[in-house]
Ligand binder design. Structure first.
Ligand code: IPM
Ligand code: MN
Length: 353
């Protein structure tokens, strides 16, 4: 297979983890005889510094012409505490989502048995937790009508039936391939937009008789996720709720540095870690590259390259078992490996196995 990949490394630790994702991708493609090519493009603060625009035209063009985007992270503290900044790095990510029509964000929350003790939750609660959060990504408050005044400001949480139905369809299809349990998360006791979600979901549920659908208010879902994470199989929710719940989900597993995601929709799909740019760690070679590397596994699987994806996953598991780990997940007394060293170990494991 020929694969043309747009590489958007972004800011902070982005370039360091990106390099490891690319190296792993190349090693797997080598092994299976796929022809892969990369084109780097600017995004986020790096793009603002170079062009004034967090998602320049040229980057959009490169993404549109690629088969997939391997994205890392954006964000820079120099913008965080300045509410008057005219452009922010995050707008680059939002522009990418909107312009590529990436309405479905797939965020798996998987636990690794050897790391459950790192979870802030009790081991017996976390062990075996395995669910997917499907987050709507191009609607809701992120993109609704806004007013940013000095005395009054608002963001509108608007959804159309079409937007709700298409993300629910994605969620049902995932549920069908998994344990056939879908939880629709909303705030239908308060929000009109949520009541539309629930109405559409209730209309669609009979079309998927093999799937059990349940409905849960978001506040309750936030609680259930930490009380009984194994309850969930597939959950689907709107943009803002999904943003919040997936950060919560990521810490269940013990490290934010482990969870990849895929965003799909109308144009080129994007694969990225769910964590941010961790600017304090930039250049220190301490960031965990596994979420980025697992994003590469999701990329392969998206194109039906299951064996390639499985090889990446086995390599990641092998590195964890061999205690080749970055500092935040290393066992007591274990040697602390850098971003680069973990990536290199995984690449050489892939070559040998
Ligand atoms: C995420 C991030 C983004 C979001 C930010 C960086 C705009 O938190 O991908 O979850 O809020 O969607
Ligand atoms: Mn987020």
């Amino acid at each position: 297979m020929k694969l043309k990949i747009a590489v958007l490394a972004g800011d902070g630790i982005g370039p360091e983890i990106s390099a490891q994702g690319v190296a792993v991708m190349s090693a797997v493609c080598d092994k299976f005889g796929h022809e892969v090519s990369y084109e780097q493009a600017l995004c986020g603060a790096a793009a603002i510094d170079a062009t004034g625009d967090p998602f320049p035209e040229e980057t959009l063009r490169i993404c549109r012409h690629a088969d997939a985007v391997l994205f890392s992270a954006v964000g820079d503290p120099k913008y965080d505490n300045d509410p008057t900044a005219p452009v922010r790095p995050e707008q680059g990510l939002l522009a990418m989502r909107k312009q590529l029509g990436l309405f479905a964000n797939i965020r798996p929350v998987e636990t690794f048995d050897c790391l459950v003790h790192k979870s802030p939750l009790r081991e017996e609660l976390v062990k075996g937790a395995d669910f997917i959060c499907i987050r709507e990504l191009t609607g809701g408050m992120y993109f609704g009508e806004k007013l940013e005044g000095n005395e009054r400001a608002y963001d509108t949480n608007a959804y159309t039936r079409k937007e709700v139905a298409r993300i629910l369809k994605v969620a049902y299809e995932y549920a069908r391939r998994r344990r056939k349990h879908l939880t629709v998360v909303d705030k239908a006791n308060v929000l009109a937009s949520s009541r539309l979600w629930r109405r559409v979901a209730q209309e669609m549920a009979p079309l998927y008789p093999d799937v059990t659908t349940d409905y849960m208010y978001v506040d309750n879902a936030a609680m259930r996720m930490i009380q009984e994470p194994r309850f969930f199989d597939v959950m689907v929710t709107e943009n803002t709720f999904g943003d919040i719940l997936t950060d919560e989900g990521s810490c269940i597993t013990g490290s934010m540095g482990l969870l990849p995601s895929a965003s799909t929709g109308e144009s080129t799909p994007v694969f990225e870690p769910i964590h941010g740019s961790w600017p304090q760690a930039r250049g220190l070679n301490i960031a965990n590259p596994l979420a980025q590397i697992l994003s590469v596994a999701m990329l392969f699987e998206h194109f039906g390259l299951q064996e390639e994806g499985a090889l990446v996953r086995r390599a990641v598991n092998a590195s964890l078992d061999a205690h080749v780990r970055t500092p935040e997940i290393q066992v007591e007394g274990g040697e602390k490996y850098g971003t680069r060293e973990v990536g290199e170990w995984i690449v050489s494991w892939i070559r040998k196995n």
